[in-house]
Design a binder for this molecule. Sequence first.
Ligand SMILES: [Zn+2]
Length: 318
Amino acid sequence: MNLTVKELHDQRKKLWNASIASHEKYINPENGLFQTQFLENRNCPVCSQGEYIALFAKEGGQYVKCVSCSMVYVNPVFTDQALNDYYDKNHSVQAELVEDGDPFYEKLYNKGLDSIEKYSSKGNILDIGCSSGIFLDIARERTWKTWGVELNVQEYSMACKRGHHVYNQLLEKIKFETRFNAITLWDVFEHIKDGAFYLNMMKKMLFEKGVIFLQIPSSDSLAARILQEKCNMFDGLEHVNLYGVNTIKQLADKCGLKILDIQTVISEIGVINNYLNYEDPYLGSIDNKINIPGLIDEAQLNERLMGYKLQVVLGEMK
Ligand SMILES: [Zn+2]
């Protein structure tokens, strides 16, 4: 399958609309925000300070920016109970999007593995939120031994059928029979409210010199900064923590981890370009061919770590 950019964005739009429709029952129609019974206030998930500036509301949720460390996060946020209920009732549709042999994802997965393999020997790899196991397939082709965790039952059984060791339980409840050389989270970590808790837990599951790999949307990306509330990174509910280059480093420090490698992927220049041409950023117009010339260069964007997603490799501070 080789999707055109237009088809890819059409598909994403469909998924986006389905996800946003599921917010509706939690929203107070009077102010367009989530009803307070589902919410709790919190301090900054990176530096624990309580002072913030409000950025914007999006699809029911309020984004704020920490005055002290500049972390962008949802506040107030869904309580754990409300969040579990939401995920139980709203089947994740990511597996429908990431299909076998999709070169867009294969390239990202291989790029991530390239960075991991610079710092870790190939051995046991655990993918948290492994969906149907496509990433694990690629890792196995590169001779890794593969484990996965997936809460969605359908995706879990798909990953099992592909022959990976997969668990259908919360990470904190699993007793693994081994430790890992690498633990990966692809587009998962931004969903986790208490990132420090998870990093500390994963650290204990590593062999010596093991690494943790995160792919996360970046609040420092040019796309997020230009599009702001129009950017799909901000969904108001699921993406509770939006790290940037400095805030992910600060969180890692707090957990005794250091950044071994950091890069950005996905320029979103097409999306930015649509927006700068007064089009819908994600759909645009098929005949919108006018580039904003010379201002945005993909290589420069990634050199400055301003691509849409961060790929980070973390190792223990010694
Ligand atoms: Zn902070």
